[in-house]
Design a protein around this ligand. Structure first.
Ligand code: PLP
Length: 380
């Protein structure tokens, strides 16, 4: 095989040409400090503001509601710590779920040491938040509910608008934060219909580069900064702005195909993948039927993840057994949805992008069959 097959797009994506060009242009021609008052600086500032405007329009936000960060992790930290520290006089309860990304869970752990009351809700067997549990927990003391849009291991899509409705019905002052790192650019996100106060996204999941993300923060909401300094990004995120990566992020967003069309196309590839895998007779699906069609979590029964991944990698097929951050630990997400250790230990995450093809899926399935045949023979 002269070309590899990349199926780990939830870990990161290949930067698109448009992004690379925008970054290169800024590094070569537009490298001024956006805070400088001469033309070189003004040009850099203009690039940031154009990018901000483009991304804001993309999600139906105002320009001054977008704050560039270094990644999704930083956006999550800023949203959660920033809200907690700003609102601590109003209450100290924060509600989230047990299957959030570590950038949320570890931030919450830190806040617990500062005296915040953190309640983590267990999801149902599909990885969905149990709305009844949320309803019971929300009270006048709750300052924040943080729930991801799409789970990075399962592809489960959370009913964010329902969460918003519960908060409203209970007349709670709680803000709602959504970690949309795995959903941004894949699901149609409009702030007005999603109804969130804060939303995090990351460039490298949508064919931009690593090192750039943003936090959407509604104008009606105040949070504390977590980095103090020169007051860039409207005083919310100090530090000289990374103009090349901001321009690259905006260029990658601009290069996204229309979201609904891409989703339709992706659904076909996803159903084809599921059908082909099912026909191997060796797979169980861990993702729910209505998951985001870019992520499929499976278990190859009787075969551990690591040797399967390595054998596939030797054939030029790259995928993972779950979150790239987990580094060898058993998946807490799969544990939380009630899977057995055997099933968790044989899990693989296939995460696709617009670049994947039907031929690549054929190749993956053929290789799963041949590798499991070989391993069976070897086991005797
Ligand atoms: N949130 C989710 C759901 C993710 O999947 C990830 C990364 O995998 C992050 C947050 C962190 O994003 P970043 O890698 O940009 O820090």
């Amino acid at each position: 095989m002269d070309k590899h097959i990349y199926l780990d797009n939830s870990a990161t994506t290949k930067p698109c040409e448009e992004c690379i060009k925008a970054i290169e242009f800024c590094l070569k021609e537009n490298w001024g400090n956006p805070s400088s008052s001469y033309t070189l600086g003004i040009d850099a500032l203009e690039t940031i503001e154009k990018s901000r405007h483009f991304i804001a329009s993309f999600i139906g936000a105002k320009d001054d509601e977008i704050f560039f960060t270094s990644c999704g992790t930083e956006a999550n930290n800023l949203a959660i710590k920033g809200t907690a520290h700003k609102c601590r006089k109003r209450g100290n309860k924060i509600i989230s779920t047990t299957i959030e990304h570590p950038s949320v869970l570890n931030t919450l752990k830190q806040l617990e040491t500062e005296g915040f009351d953190v309640v983590l809700l267990s999801p149902d067997e599909n990885g969905k938040i149990r709305i009844d549990d949320l309803e019971k927990e929300i009270d006048k003391n709750t300052i924040l509910v943080s729930v991801m849009l799409v789970n990075n291991e399962l592809g489960t899509i959370q009913p964010i608008h329902k969460i918003k409705n519960i908060i409203k019905e209970k007349s709670s002052p709680a803000l709602i934060h959504c970690d949309a790192v795995q959903g941004f650019g894949k699901l149609p996100i409009k702030i007005s219909s999603l109804g969130v106060d804060l939303l995090s996204a990351s460039g490298h999941k949508i064919h931009a580069s690593k090192g750039i993300g943003f936090l959407y923060k509604s104008k009606s909401v105040n949070i504390n900064p977590i980095i103090d300094g020169g007051g860039q990004e409207f005083g919310i995120r100090s530090g000289t702005e990374c103009v090349p990566l901001i321009a690259g992020f905006s260029a990658a967003v601009n290069a996204l195909p229309p979201i609904e069309d891409a989703l339709e196309k992706q659904k076909k590839l996803y159903l084809y993948l599921k059908d082909k895998l099912q026909k191997t007779g060796r797979i169980v699906f861990n993702s729910p039927d209505d998951s985001l069609p870019y992520i499929l979590n499976i278990s190859v029964e009787g075969f551990k993840s690591e040797p399967m991944m390595n054998a596939l990698s030797a054939k030029g097929i790259f995928l993972s057994k779950g979150s790239a951050c987990a580094k060898g630990q058993r998946s807490y997400v799969l544990k939380e949805i009630g899977l057995s250790n055997d099933r968790i230990d044989s899990a693989l995450r296939i995460s696709m992008s617009r670049d994947n093809t039907f031929e690549e899926i054929d190749c993956l399935c053929e290789n799963i069959i041949s590798i499991t045949d070989k391993m069976r023979r070897f086991k005797g």
